[in-house]
Write a protein that binds this ligand. Structure first.
Ligand code: SD4
Length: 352
């Protein structure tokens, strides 16, 4: 070997070692901060725009499509949702179609009455629905506080594809639905929802209390074999919430976020806690800084707990996915499960 070659090799190795070390130390400080449940330091520190970034995050990974798609959904009703998503993938092959189709399955039939028109109402007896859909190229559509629409997720997709806006709410969203030829039904509870609501009125005396049982939702992430990722969420939010209350699910960055070539994250649980921290965005940005999807979920849940007080009083579950197909799952409390393809998986949690 010539001395020139030896010098070049030594230089290359030194550069590689320096890069690996800075990435390792960035990750180490990230992990320590996450473990401490506090704001991370070096990798997340933002400098003013005019100054160079003090510690640039690792360069983004490139996307190599996987041979098989990945589909993730929150809770047990994620199993039929995933089945619908996988059927859509077999037809069109796009992650966007997959998450919409999966959400539609649960909007039509949600046994725990937390998604779609069959849901439990707000405290005034109205079912008001929230939904969001997002693709990894930054396109997004959301609807909030809509009534009478059987498939809010498809309305959210129409907002994304047919309007210059991201979020439509209430009567305006319903008007847009009619303009698109979508039926908007008059408010009506199912007999079971009405029975439970009347019982609640007697017991709770109209107080919009939340606990860890009066909500659920379906949030989904899909990665197709072309290397495209999409996220979606659809929900009736908290049962017996105040009329007009909107949760995290239709808010981009809170309930859902996806960004190529980093990955995506979705949330379920008490929306107020996720809104205060923009949980899904937090997890994706942690992945951008070098965290694995699992580390990213743990980091975001730690931040949610740090900002929202006693974690025994609420539940949040989070899923994250990257383009290598790696999955992260973490929750505040025990009991959060999710569907990964055709399997139901129990997620680890902070409170064990
Ligand atoms: C909300 N995050 O409206 C939704 C509800 C939910 O598990 O996901 N519950 O707050």
């Amino acid at each position: 070997m010539t001395s020139a070659m030896t010098n070049a090799m030594t230089k290359a190795m030194t550069n590689t070692t320096t890069l690996a070390c800075s990435r390792r130390s960035a990750l180490a400080s990230f992990t320590l901060a996450a473990a401490a449940g506090c704001q991370a330091s070096a990798p997340f520190a933002q400098a003013p725009d005019s100054e160079p970034h003090p510690s640039a995050p690792p360069s983004p990974p490139s996307i190599s499509p996987l041979a098989t798609p990945v589909v993730l959904s929150t809770w047990r009703h994620g199993l039929p949702a995933n089945a619908g998503a996988l059927r859509a993938l077999a037809r069109s092959g796009t992650a966007l179609d997959a998450v919409e189709a999966g959400c539609r399955v649960v909007e039509l039939d949600c046994p725990d009455m937390t998604v779609g028109l069959g849901s439990r109402p707000d405290r005034d007896g109205f079912v008001t629905l929230d939904a969001a859909i997002m693709t990894d190229d930054g396109r997004a559509g959301c609807v909030a506080f809509v009534q009478g629409v059987a498939h809010p997720i498809s309305l959210a997709r129409l907002v994304m594809e047919k309007t210059p806006h991201v979020l439509l709410a209430g009567a305006g969203a319903e008007q847009f639905a009619r303009e698109c030829g979508i039926e908007v039904a008059p408010p009506k509870l199912t007999p079971e929802a009405e029975r439970q609501w009347r019982e609640w009125l007697v017991e709770k005396k109209y107080e919009p209390k939340v606990n860890i049982e009066n909500h659920d939702t379906i949030s989904m992430l899909a990665l197709d074999t072309q290397g495209r990722m999409a996220a979606a969420s659809t929900t009736s939010g908290l049962a017996y919430k105040m009329h007009g209350r909107i949760g995290d699910s239709p808010i981009i960055g809170a309930g859902v976020f996806v960004d190529a070539p980093i990955g995506g994250a979705i949330c379920t649980g008490l929306g107020e806690t996720v809104l205060r921290t923009l949980g899904a965005h937090l997890a994706v940005e942690a992945m951008r800084a070098g965290a694995s999807p699992q580390e990213a979920c743990e980091h975001a849940i730690a931040r949610i707990i740090a900002k929202n007080g006693d974690p025994k009083s609420y539940q949040v579950g989070m899923l994250a996915l990257d383009y290598r197909g790696r999955v992260g799952a973490y929750a505040v409390q025990k009991g959060f499960n999710y569907a990964s393809g055709t399997n139901l998986v129990d997620a680890p949690s902070k409170l064990g």
